[in-house]
Design a binder for this molecule. Structure first.
Ligand code: F6R
Length: 605
């Protein structure tokens, strides 16, 4: 989604703004721009496509000035053109915006009636026009911005810059995060702290509804009611090296390879000598009758896997929902229900809205997040960090397996609290869990054969994934990874569901990837594989040595993983699913880390 940066500095702003935008590239964008004020003169440069195009524009037509704002735009209202790129300018004001102004059509009609015509298709231009309208009524920049903010409906992070004001920036946050970084002489603004990491680690996050008047010497923050407020300044540890590819060709490759390490970090955070320790205030599953798990995309598939664990291990009924459906379905939330939201970014608009719907209704609201400063974390009663470290690749990989690990630990805790797992059985499961990073290292050793198979997959137009039991959500995740980065059409089905329709798709051109460890359900999956092979379908079996041996003849290709305790298989088998998608995308030459049309953090609904 869109990225915002800003600076009131002691040096030229343009190089900082472009560099900071580069650090936000991972969020996904299709145009970019910056504006500066130089000796009172407001000016801007914008370009469509990658940041290199903006840099080129700045080489040909440089921008001077030590105060500036910048933006990477992920188009919502209006095509990705120069005209629609931010910053938007109206008279004496320039604005960058992340989010959607829902009442922009009404505002635009009002402004047109006052003779202020719009030039672009965007909702953001309306914010600039409205502020210029207020300036033309004689208001100061501060009062004009305040008056404008009071009229806006929807979600936004905004930064304003004004002609004639070399030492003023006004920013606001409602629904989209905004971080202010500072040192002795300079102030920085960013959609997330990653953008500001090389400049400062002292970060103040605006709260929901806050807006701030910033000069180099003073940051004055007000809440939605207009009262002056203090927000805490935190020291954020974002090492520049963490957002470096570390010699890998893509962030996604690096993040896949990091999984044994980050899973160890997650295990260390939750497992103690004596068992499982949750962060305060914890959860007592003896007082709960039901769980409601809500998320989007990959995080939703983590929830779907967790349902198998909570129900089979802890005998705890679980509802799972895609957040965009849940929020408008208005489901009843029975007493003694914990509502749990899973999100890597912690900013996904639909998940956040679903969380707000549950507040005050559910017995407790818990969040499984990677970004612990995020809105979803801040609004939850219990925060369960996944310890994946910064994830830059748009396709979620290490965050998925870390989400799974945290959810599995929670399911084991539920099983123990509810008397379905003895201390001895729990200890045995935890030993198996502790061995997972070692098994992951072995699974990563399949990279070479996975890469060779991927070259064949890259020729396919359609790919099917099959899985049974807790491997079914993983099949869905495998198909999502494949389609989002390789652009190959991929679908997933529960193995037993194939003959109820999808088998009509089978022919020799459609590879069918079967995720099936040699577990209690394996024989049933083999029957389904034979149904495919009998119709000329090509099976790529991902299994262990025994599984591959027992599958019999006729399998097209196989990928062999180490044997694993069945309850851990969905986590281990995520790795070959990621590797197959990654290498297929590499073979096709797509933009792996920033696939077309996708954004890392989906802050609009
Ligand atoms: C897919 C992917 C997305 C996200 C989804 C939710 O690889 O990354 O499907 O999982 O947009 O994002 P978060 O977890 O940030 O809420």
């Amino acid at each position: 989604m869109c990225g915002i940066v800003g600076v009131l500095g002691a040096h030229e702003a343009a190089p900082f703004l472009v560099e900071a935008l580069r650090r936000l590239e991972y969020r996904g964008y299709d145009s970019a721009g910056i504006a500066t004020v130089n000796q009172g003169q407001l000016a801007r440069r914008r370009a469509v496509g990658k940041l290199a195009n903006l840099s080129d524009a700045l080489v040909h037509d440089p921008l001077r000035g030590k105060a500036g704002i910048g933006h990477t735009r992920w188009a919502t209202h209006g095509a990705p053109t120069i005209g629609n790129a931010h910053p938007h300018r109206a008279g004496r004001v320039a604005v960058v915006h992340n989010g959607i102004i829902e009442n922009f059509r009404d505002l635009r009609a009002e402004l047109s009636a006052s003779g202020m015509a719009h030039e672009t298709d965007t909702d953001t231009e309306t914010v600039a026009l409205l502020t210029e309208f207020h300036l033309s009524q004689g208001l100061s920049p501060r009062d004009a911005a305040e008056r404008t903010l009071a009229r806006l409906e929807g979600a936004y992070a905004l930064a304003f810059l004004f002609e004639g004001e070399d030492d003023l920036m006004i920013v606001a946050r409602k629904g989209s995060p905004l971080a202010i970084g500072h040192d002795e002489t300079e102030v920085y603004v960013g959609s997330d702290a990653i953008a500001l990491a090389p400049m400062t680690d002292r970060i103040t996050y605006l709260d929901e509804g806050d807006w701030a008047v910033i000069t180099r010497q003073k940051i004055e923050i007000r809440d939605a009611a207009g009262a002056l407020v203090e927000r805490p300044t935190r020291i954020i540890q974002i090492d520049a090296a963490m957002v470096d590819k570390a010699g890998y060709k893509h962030f996604m490759a690096k993040e896949i390879a990091e999984q044994p390490t980050v899973i160890t970090n997650a295990l260390d955070a939750y497992l103690t000598e004596s068992g499982i320790a949750l962060p305060e205030p914890g959860l007592d599953f003896r007082t709960l009758d039901r769980m409601s798990l809500v998320a989007c995309g990959t995080a939703y598939y983590a929830c779907m896997t967790a349902k198998y664990w909570f129900e089979s291990l802890a005998r705890l009924p679980v509802d799972i929902d895609v957040a965009s459906e849940f929020r408008y379905r208005e489901p009843p939330i029975p007493d003694r229900t914990v509502a749990l939201f899973v999100s890597q970014s912690g900013e996904t608009a639909d998940t956040l809205a679903a969380l707000r719907f549950c507040k005050g209704k559910a017995a407790s609201v818990a969040a499984v997040v990677n970004v612990t400063e995020s809105s979803i974390a801040r609004e939850s009663d219990l925060v369960l960090p996944i310890h994946a470290g910064t994830e830059i690749g748009v396709a979620s990989t290490k965050a998925f397996t870390c989400q799974l690990v945290v959810l599995l630990i929670l399911a084991l805790k539920a099983a123990q609290d509810r008397g379905h797992l003895s201390d001895a059985d729990l200890a045995e499961r935890l030993v198996a869990l502790r061995a997972l990073p070692g098994l992951m290292n072995h699974a990563l050793a399949t990279e070479e054969p996975a890469s060779a198979l991927s070259r064949k997959l890259s020729e396919a137009r359609d790919v099917l994934f099959l899985g049974r039991g807790a491997m079914y959500p993983l099949a869905l995740e495998g198909a999502l990874k494949m389609k989002e980065i390789s652009y190959i059409h991929a679908e997933a089905y529960a193995s037993g569901e194939l003959k109820h329709g999808p088998i009509a798709l089978i022919d020799e051109h459609v590879p069918v990837i079967v995720m099936a460890p040699r577990d209690a359900l394996f024989d049933k999956t083999v029957s389904n594989m034979h149904e495919v092979m009998a119709r000329g379908g090509r099976i790529l079996l991902v299994s262990d040595q025994r599984g591959v041996a027992d599958a019999g003849d006729g399998v097209w290709e196989s990928l062999v993983l180490p044997e694993v305790d069945p309850f851990l298989a969905p986590i281990l088998y995520a790795l070959p699913a990621q590797l197959l998608a990654y290498h297929t995308a590499v073979a096709k030459g797509t933009d792996v880390d920033q696939p077309r049309n996708l954004a890392k953090s989906v802050t609009v609904e």
